[in-house]
Write a protein that binds this ligand. Structure first.
Ligand code: AQP
Length: 345
């Protein structure tokens, strides 16, 4: 169990103009609630998004958009550190150290890499994509994070981070790294695609399969109306036999705070269309304030950049110290004053 004010770390990639419902329920909602219990460090992980070769103008714009949506969803820069990953160079530096203690076979077993690289082919797959989980381990270990709130898709990467932290402690002495615990809420850990309920909702998924935080109400209602709902009309929760309806029930329950059984009871004998129409209202009610606040943050990029600069300065203080400690254990000479302080502390 983590004691109060342990540190939590998590990140989100600026890979789209809008975050989606999976990011919102699987990650953001937990991140916001964590602020009462932990010292939170949250990052827009732009270096991760480079692994899929985005257009430079898009990544610049999406980095601000992603940060704005995080703030609008309730990440409070007065209580948490919110920063852009590339603004703290120790992420890339620690990745190199971790690269040198990670087995090639071990990294090759990451299923997300296998899935993505099999679609892109060897020539279309970057070394960066292969290294993605090691960069993620560096993100976490750099803040001595005890807990990492993520969706189910990140479970295997988190396991690798834990293995690497334990390996550093075994090789270089206890206290080299904190072994992080994943925090994955089963009910919302994997929100599925509306058009293909066998696949997770993702930014790179089908356009009609995702509900985006920045979508206007009409688009949200249209997408929910068009969601795939498994042949028979009965509304019941059975993810194996009825993945489409079960996904809608999961979303309804998570956003309304009502148990799935209660919702199923309410819609007994009714058509899926009723459920979809009411769910659209629930989604619009949850997303509208976030969209409006996001637009407010985006209207003042200077203020947004100032929040991110402050976050980077605070993140750097921790990252410099922790990186120096780990680099010292590896046998690297300290860099002047900061390095010595880190290695001592
Ligand atoms: N469908 C989901 N259900 C629950 N949690 C999810 N997360 C992502 N999708 C779901 C969680 O959101 C956080 C940020 O993840 P990300 O930036 O990697 O988002 P993504 O949608 O997976 O975006 P990508 O990487 O652009 O798309 P794909 O997956 O196609 O490569 C994480 O905590 C994640 O678990």
């Amino acid at each position: 169990m983590s004691t109060p004010r342990s540190r939590a770390f998590s990140g989100i990639q600026p890979t789209a103009d809008s975050l989606h419902l999976g990011n919102f329920l699987g990650a953001l909602v937990n991140w916001v609630s964590f602020q009462d219990r932990f010292e939170c460090v949250y990052s827009v992980v732009d270096l991760h998004s480079l692994t899929v070769g985005p257009d430079p103008a898009a990544i610049r714009d999406r980095t601000r958009r992603t940060a704005a949506q995080m703030l609008a969803a309730g990440i409070d820069p007065a209580r948490s550190i919110l920063f852009v990953q590339s603004h703290v160079p120790q992420h890339a530096e620690l990745t190199w150290l971790l690269n040198c203690v990670t087995g090639f076979g071990e990294a090759s077993r990451m299923t997300q890499f296998k899935d993505k690289s099999s679609k892109q082919g060897a020539e279309g797959t970057t070394v960066g994509l292969f290294d993605y989980p090691i960069l993620m381990a560096a993100d976490i270990l750099l803040y001595d994070a005890a807990i990492v709130p993520v969706g189910e898709d990140q479970r295997q990467h988190l396991e690798l981070s834990r293995d690497l932290a334990a390996r550093l402690n075994a090789r270089y002495g206890e206290g080299t790294a904190i072994v992080p615990e994943p925090y994955i809420v089963p009910a919302t850990a994997k929100i599925q695609d509306l058009q293909d309920p066998a696949a997770k909702m993702s930014k790179s998924g089908r356009p009609g399969g995702i509900l985006e935080l920045m979508d206007p109400p009409k688009v949200l209602a249209k997408r929910i109306k068009a969601a795939v709902t498994d042949g028979e009309t009965e509304i019941r929760y059975d993810p194996a036999a009825k993945p489409g309806v079960s996904n809608l029930l999961t979303i309804y329950s998570a956003l309304s705070g009502r148990p799935v059984e209660q919702i199923v009871e309410e819609y007994r004998g009714k058509m899926c269309g009723h459920l979809k129409a009411d769910l659209a209202d629930v989604v619009v009610e949850a997303f509208t304030p976030v969209r409006e606040k996001t637009e407010g943050y985006l209207a003042d990029p200077a203020q947004l950049d100032a929040i991110l600069a402050d976050g980077a300065a605070r993140a750097s203080q921790i990252a410099t110290r922790v990186h120096a400690r780990i680099a010292d254990r590896f046998g690297l000479l300290p860099r002047g004053e900061t390095g010595r302080r880190g290695a001592d502390g």
